[in-house]
Design a binder for this molecule. Sequence first.
Ligand code: GMT
Length: 376
Amino acid sequence: MKIGIVCYPTFGGSGVVATELGMALAQRGHHVHFITYKQPVRLDFISNDIHFHEVFVEEYPLFHFQPYELALSSKMVEVVQQYNLEILHVHYAIPHAYAAYMAKQMLKEKGIDIKVVTTLHGTDITLVGSHPNYKTAVEFSINNSDVVTTVSESLKKDTLRLFNITKEIKVIHNFIDFEKYPEIKSPECQRHTIAREDERIIAHVSNLRPVKRASDVIDVFYKIQQEVPSKLLLVGEGPDREHLEIQVRKLGISNKVLFLGNSNEVNKLLCYSDLFLLPSATESFGLAALEAMAARTPVISTNAGGLSEVNIQGVTGFLSDVGDTDDMAKNGVYILEDLDRLQQFKLNALKQAKRFSLKNILPSYKEVYREVIADC
Ligand code: GMT
């Protein structure tokens, strides 16, 4: 198949899923064309079947806002025509689904029936998309896609609750490529470079935006390290970072917290971890939690959004109400204080993550593509 993938090329979960999907398809002989404003950060697989088309937006002083959607839809039309694409798979509704609708109309004028698959990822629905400023256009572009998918049952429910949707929504959960996860015994996983033998390693990975409540991560860690010697790895960059550094200094735990910034090798960092914290206010799926579990790391999360579809209470970790850092810390200590128990949680986390392996999930996307092409 010949597929155009449109996504955010950054460290966010939607861009990661889109990029991993494109690479997996190309590895299986499909022709994949990424159409975005920068090369996706996770694009680490080179092949004849992977192409990258940069959307370039000229700066023009008259414009207060540069018209990215216009440049994107023009680029989609150009690439579809030049490479005879059959499908445009857009990840994150804003503005990708809207730009894809425009491209579809322009192509129709040229006698080309391009199929648009829209995958909703979370904040495009729950935080940004349902805002009155965007709602009409987001609803319209969802209803005018040929196929709509969400990454969890919870996000499907939210989409149906917040918008007037006339289209069927298919749930295709996020996935993980296990080939990218080093074994804990591999030479790449040098845990002693981070912590002493008697210390446990706790991790958090996010874009440090308010929705992630990373300040709760510090709070929970502060409580846990009073009971169990431990270190905290904070991976990611975002607007809350400065505030978090101040919080860490005030609590006097600077020597126990490592701010690691953005990383392309989250999989390698996670192989050190004994516990993952994800206290988000909302999370459509929680790809970060799944990545942690694939690296045998139990998860302490909130029970918001789709997290309960990934993290199983008392089995792969625990789920608490948003903001209940006492409960999160209590559960964290419970997992970490007993090595046999920790080992069992690690095994359970890995087993649950395997349900979301690339091997299990990829066929669902391929089926969607085949059905939509057959519909021509
Ligand atoms: O919240 C983020 O970190 C970024 C955001 C995105 O759109 O890139 O993530 C969303 O999509 C991920 C991939 O499907 C999901 O795993 C995240 O749960 C979701 N984030 C939220 O719903 C807050």
